[in-house]
Design a protein around this ligand. Structure first.
Ligand code: HXC
Length: 292
């Protein structure tokens, strides 16, 4: 290819995903809910640095517009902001229409919009539980419904952002108060655990229903990832005890780029035979979890 057909050189600092070839997503378009911050933003940046354009979707248009500009400037690709609350199917359809109007196609969908707070079953209202189910699980369903015709057309791929809360029992309380759990279940996370279990199931059904049509669907389950909305809201409420040993074989918390690296792989042709999987990106947290 000539220099004019190659993606523009990224101007932001090097990232771990730079080990992938810079043009693997050239001509592709990403639609990312929750793309305005944290893991969703990092995935969008990494995918754009490999040639894709993107639409980031969220509730606050002003903030999204600012982030879209930052991502465009940092990667040399184009990112647009599309306002939608994932609980509202009509808003999502409008965000998809805006993306198609702008780019003409959607190849990848990342369902990253999520809600969370710490509350016991006894201490949360029915509406509190329902709110997180609606954002995480129904929001994922709504996003799939709104994007599926376009993903079928491009033989594209989905990534759903889940968690290990419901499947491994890793938890904020376990991390920050050195309480290890001997069975599956994370306290104060009933709403998110139920919601993310639903997300895992949705992804698996999507994978088997749409696999024959060339669509892949996988889940990424991050562990504790630094500098994210989830960690700042939840971890700050249970500060680390002095001398707490971080329970990671790799000796550090995750970074958003660690999750973005897996997303780049899963969306790339290198993962073309991988679907219906839940890929845990937690630094091996589970391996050090021992009952006390
Ligand atoms: C108890 C709460 C609450 C809290 C809200 N509610 N916060 N209940 N404890 N801390 C209740 C409200 O009282 C209300 O119920 C209901 O939830 C809806 O609240 P609203 O504020 O009206 O809803 P909304 O404006 O839609 O906001 C929903 C939200 C949102 C979920 C609270 O603000 C949000 O999503 N915040 C966090 C975003 C976030 O952290 N995302 C990253 C998740 S990462 P009533 O009965 O009063 O009407 C993640 C993975 C972590 O989850 C894994 C780490 C290892």
């Amino acid at each position: 290819p000539t220099s004019s057909t190659m993606p523009s050189k990224p101007v932001s600092a090097p990232l771990p995903t730079d080990v992938f070839k810079p043009d693997i997503f050239k001509g592709k378009v990403l639609f990312c809910t929750g793309g305005g911050s944290g893991i969703g933003k990092a995935i969008t940046e990494a995918v754009m640095r490999h040639g894709a354009n993107a639409a980031i979707v969220g509730r606050k248009l002003d903030r999204l517009t600012e982030i879209a500009r930052e991502l465009s400037n940092g990667t040399g690709r184009t990112c647009i902001a599309a306002q939608a609350d994932v609980r509202q199917p009509e808003q999502l359809k409008a965000a998809v229409a805006k993306t198609i109007e702008h780019f003409g196609r959607i190849d990848f969908v990342v369902c990253g919009a999520a809600g969370n707070f710490l509350a016991s079953i006894d201490g949360m209202s029915e509406n509190a539980f329902k709110t997180v189910i609606e954002i995480d699980t129904l929001g994922t369903f709504n996003t799939i419904k709104a994007t599926l015709p376009h993903i079928r057309a491009t033989h594209g791929a989905y990534i759903h952002i889940s968690a290990t809360l419901h499947s491994r029992g890793s938890c904020f309380v376990g991390l920050f108060r050195s309480i290890s759990l001997s069975s599956i279940g994370t306290p104060y996370q009933a709403h998110v655990s139920a919601a993310k279990a639903g997300v895992d199931a949705l992804s698996a059904v999507l994978a088997v229903e749409e696999g024959p049509k060339g669509v892949r669907s996988n889940v990424m389950a991050p562990g504790a990832i630094a500098n994210t909305e989830g960690m700042s809201r939840l971890a700050n409420q249970v500060p680390p005890s002095p001398g707490t040993l971080l329970p990671y074989p790799l000796g550090r918390m995750g970074q958003v780029q660690d999750v973005a690296s897996m997303a780049v792989f899963l969306l790339s042709d290198a993962a073309s035979y991988i679907t219906s999987q839940v890929v845990v990106v937690d630094g091996g947290w589970e391996q050090l979890r021992t009952p006390q």
